[in-house]
Ligand binder design. Structure first.
Ligand code: HEC
Ligand code: HEC
Length: 436
């Protein structure tokens, strides 16, 4: 009995300590994110460093650091302070960390993000973890670097809503003596808007979370992942064909080729041609970076993806391949947050995506069995850094339950290639017509 009680007590203590990583227990701010002050404390427990992350080619890493913005402790400290500062938003309620919440995988774990005055954009917030090696920023790659990207949300009308006026933006914090000291120490200049971008970029370059069970398995620890996850890795490289876009290599250790693909998520209910015409007309009127950012985040043109940047027809509905590291804790998934679980994601690929004129050639039905789908998902959950292990396990259990319910009504016809995709949709179309 005594021993039993001790075990119960031990469990309680362990769960109590581990739950420090599970967001539902934290006090929330006005937009549902964990309070910035608390996030800042949790951040300390993650023990980030300025080192080149293990498993990344040092030559590649160094090449990605912009000249003049080398990662120094002063710059990182300044970036960290800015990251959690709601004063950078028009109404003082939104910081970077509102949508890239430390306790939610540096994302917000909702389909699309909420900015000032409870406005929602059209896009899902990608994680800020392991973004340093991506060759472009945003789902459509419209920004070339972290340093450049960080200036955009501050002036986006839905996100942080500041007027595009460098003086006014700096004015928000320039009377703060702590900031005055920190800007001087970091860049030798007064408080100013472009240096905010540089400091935020420097800070984000320390958000390296590659230490996953999968990495440990690659490094030789056979027991780091389950037999199912190992089978999932084989499928990932083989019949799943995932690695054609989600590369894992010393230069792309995050699982993205940094290229753009239409995998049949976009514009499910909309007409791509009409949208493209509207986009070209609007961009002819105003082709500024600011306008592009507004249209991409705030309107239905979001669905055009890379086309908005390149204006190439073949880029319609194409989005940059997202990173897969820490994927267990950064759902819901895709540029519009339309897929809730990793089972939904693999089902999407298994049936060959949603057909559309611009679908990438690599997307074809995969004919994976339920067991194989499970194995792929098991693998994906092994990509989360061990520092988030508790949250990863909790979300795994929640998703698994949701997925097993969804599975009862799943139609296997497409995945199993019993008909070809166009025949399936043609038949559906006809049936709809008959019913009328
Ligand atoms: C209101 C929510 C919101 C706020 C506030 C916000 N972001 Fe984001 N962030 C997003 C969304 C949504 C996207 C994707 C937008 C797109 O692709 O068009 C994004 C994209 C990014 C990306 C690109 C990641 C990738 O994989 O391409 C980075 C980096 C980033 N944000 C950092 C920041 C920083 C730094 C701040 C603060 C200055 C910030 N964000 C403020 C929601 C937000
Ligand atoms: C042709 C390139 C390509 C292939 C092949 C591919 N993906 Fe993707 N993947 C993408 C792109 C592009 C997106 C984002 C699409 C969007 O949002 O519209 C994506 C999104 C995802 C996401 C969601 C990530 C997030 O943060 O929201 C997951 C998970 C994923 N893919 C896993 C897989 C798996 C597993 C396979 C193999 C069964 C696979 N992918 C095959 C290109 C690809």
């Amino acid at each position: 009995m005594r021993k039993h009680l001790l075990t119960v007590l031990c469990c309680f203590v362990i769960i109590g300590a581990a739950s420090a990583e599970i967001p539902s227990n934290y006090p929330k701010g006005p937009h549902g994110a964990t309070l910035e002050k608390v996030q800042d404390q949790v951040f300390d427990t993650l023990q980030t460093t300025l080192e080149i992350p293990a498993g990344v080619d040092p030559a590649v890493w160094n090449a990605m650091i912009p000249e003049g913005n080398e990662t120094t402790p002063e710059r990182v400290a300044l970036g960290r302070k800015l990251y959690f500062d709601v004063r950078l938003s028009e109404d003082g309620t939104v910081s970077c960390a509102t949508c890239h919440d430390v306790t939610r995988g540096f994302s917000d774990q909702i389909p699309t993000s909420e900015g000032i005055r409870k406005q929602f954009g059209k896009r899902n917030a990608p994680t800020n973890l392991n973004a340093s090696l991506l060759h472009s920023m945003f789902w459509d790659g419209r920004s070339p670097s972290l340093d450049h990207q960080a200036m955009q949300p501050i002036i986006n009308p839905i996100e942080m809503g500041m007027e595009n006026d460098a003086e006014k933006i700096a004015g928000k914090i320039k009377d703060d003596p702590e900031y005055q000291k920190m800007f001087k120490a970091a860049y030798g200049r007064e408080v100013n808007y472009p240096d905010m971008g540089l400091a935020l970029g420097a800070f984000e370059r320390t958000l390296n979370f590659f230490d996953s069970p999968f990495r440990r398995y690659l490094a030789g620890d056979e027991d780091a992942i389950s037999a199912d996850a190992k089978a999932g890795w084989v499928l990932f490289n083989g019949r799943g064909r995932c690695m054609t876009c989600h590369t894992f290599s010393p230069s792309n250790p995050h699982g993205s080729d940094s290229k753009f693909h239409n995998i049949g998520i976009a514009a499910k209910k909309q007409n791509f041609e009409e949208l493209a015409k509207t986009a070209l007309r609007l961009l002819e009127e105003d082709n500024s970076e600011e306008r592009l950012d507004e249209l991409a985040i705030g309107t239905d043109l979001s669905e055009l993806g890379r086309f908005m940047v390149s204006k190439e027809k073949t880029d319609i509905g194409a989005f940059r391949t997202p990173t897969l590291t820490n994927i267990g804790i950064t759902g819901p998934y895709m540029h519009d947050g339309s897929l809730t679980t990793l089972w939904d994601v693999v089902d999407h690929y298994n049936k060959g995506g949603e057909p559309n004129l611009y679908l990438d050639g690599g997307i074809e039905p995969l004919n994976l069995t339920n067991k194989e789908v499970d194995q792929l998902v098991e693998f994906l959950f092994s990509l989360t850094d061990v520092r988030f292990a508790d949250q990863n396990a909790k979300i795994y259990a929640e998703q698994k339950e949701a997925a097993s319910k969804a599975r009862e009504n799943r139609d296997e016809t497409l995945a199993a290639r019993k008909v070809l995709t166009f025949e399936f949709y043609h038949k559906q179309h006809q049936q709809k017509g008959d019913a009328k």
